[in-house]
Design a protein around this ligand. Structure first.
Ligand code: ADP
Ligand code: MG
Length: 158
């Protein structure tokens, strides 16, 4: 399978459907920026690295917020568009103190965790998200992946 898959786009406002309530805000990428993955990959949960690139006059994000950070990404059919559109939503495993709507996000998708599932309870969903995060962090521990954080797709600064 063609990993790593590089994605980049401006973070869009979603429908605020409880990402933050679930303890798991997800940054939405624009449709056109997800072609590299939607054209080759199945729906489900993926892991990899992501980086938020602030504008030059940024005063919101701190140094620690603009590093290359571990992420989990859900690729799925969007019910809002009658399941005709695929959407990619990225949860960065990092405690940002502020939102970053409109900022560029770059991501490198490195592997597949699991298919999309239907949840009957909120608790089951939250539990699975926690498992996904642990799986992602474990996978990224492997020495081969550390190098991916230094991929030239990211802005590696000074
Ligand atoms: P929306 O429906 O607008 O996507 P969410 O509740 O999913 O609402 O929140 C997503 C937004 O939260 C992101 O666009 C970003 O600006 C912000 N955010 C804060 N922390 C994170 C994080 N750790 N991962 C992803 N987005 C985050
Ligand atoms: Mg979201």
């Amino acid at each position: 399978f063609p990993f790593p898959i590089a994605l980049a786009g401006q973070v869009q406002r979603g429908f605020g459907r409880g990402g933050k309530d679930l303890g798991c805000p997800t940054a939405n990428l624009p449709d056109k920026s997800i072609t590299p993955i939607s054209s080759v990959a199945k729906t489900g949960v993926y892991y990899g690295y992501a980086q938020v690139i602030p504008p030059e006059d940024n005063t919101d994000l701190r140094q620690e917020d603009i590093q290359v950070l571990p992420m989990v990404m859900s690729l799925g059919w969007n019910p809002f568009y009658k399941n005709k559109c695929l959407t990619a939503e990225i949860h960065v495993m990092h405690d940002f103190k502020t939102d970053f709507y409109g900022f560029e996000m770059r991501a490198l998708v490195l592997g597949y965790i699991r298919p999309e599932l239907d949840y009957t309870s909120r608790e089951a969903l939250i539990e699975d998200i926690e498992v996904d995060k642990r799986v992602a962090l474990n996978c990224l521990e492997r020495p081969g992946y550390q190098a991916c954080a230094k991929n030239p797709h990211f802005s590696l600064g000074s």
